[in-house]
Design a protein around this ligand. Structure first.
Ligand code: HEC
Length: 218
């Protein structure tokens, strides 16, 4: 073996040893930081505030994607022809009575009914000017938070207790981002009957998405 070869061998052995130490340290660090439990409430470092923001992001994304990529392709929306529609179907509140497909708010509620049944956490659309009775603000948190949210246009978050169980609750504003939101609600027969003086305008907060996360052991 030449001197250079010997030197190369030593270097290789040292490099391998060095990499092994680094790996051992990172494995230890990962196993220490992952804790033991798999429940979200028991994992240190994830605040319920952040969990609510994550859930809300997914809910909003799904609703927007459904509106953009399904409802917008229908040729009819609640009895009116849609110029950019390409699929011969109608998006309508009475979808179950005919051959229509659900409106985005109905799709949202249908999803929430399935998710809420699982018993992990609940979410719901609410509004003081609700068309569907299941969207009425309920309880002290919702009744107070909805007022603040409409006034400020910002999310409202707080702890609340219902029947001895503590929850972290968050309410996110649902704004009139398209002309269709305003025109459909303003001309809806139930809206006209219940809130004849309420005329929604663009960008107004029309209601909110409420998420309730139960807190373990609280
Ligand atoms: C074509 C009609 C139509 C359009 C467009 C529409 N909505 Fe609705 N919206 C409804 C109906 C009908 C309901 C009740 C659905 C149900 O039974 O769950 C509803 C429910 C809601 C609710 C819950 C309170 C309630 O009235 O029951 C909010 C908040 C809401 N819509 C906001 C919006 C926003 C924001 C947009 C635009 C991004 C929008 N809507 C677009 C018809 C419409």
């Amino acid at each position: 073996m030449t001197l250079v070869e010997k030197w190369m061998n030593t270097l290789r052995t040292r490099t391998v040893a060095f990499i092994a130490i680094i790996l051992a340290v990172s494995v230890t660090a990962i196993s220490c930081s992952s804790g033991g439990s798999t429940t979200a409430t028991a994992t240190p470092g994830i605040s319920p505030d952040l969990v609510a923001d994550y859930i809300h992001t997914v809910l909003e994304a799904d609703r927007t994607a459904y509106t953009k990529h399904v409802v917008n392709r229908a040729t009819m929306l609640e009895g009116k022809e849609k110029a950019d529609g390409v699929v011969p179907v109608e998006a309508t509140e009475t979808w179950q009575q005919g051959e229509g497909i659900p409106l985005p708010a109905q799709m949202f509620r249908l999803g929430s009914e399935i998710a809420n049944d699982k018993g992990y956490f609940t979410y719901n659309l609410i509004s003081p000017w609700y068309i569907n009775d299941s969207h009425a603000p309920k309880g002290e948190f919702e009744e107070t938070a909805v007022e603040t949210m409409i006034e400020t246009g910002e999310p409202v978050k707080d702890y609340q207790e219902i029947a001895g169980q503590s929850y972290y609750s968050a309410m996110y504003p649902d704004k009139a981002v398209a002309e269709a939101c305003v025109s459909c609600h303003n001309t809806h027969p139930i809206h006209l009957e219940r809130y004849p003086d309420k005329l929604f305008v663009m960008d107004e907060v029309m209601g909110g998405v409420v998420i309730n996360i139960p807190l373990e052991g609280a």
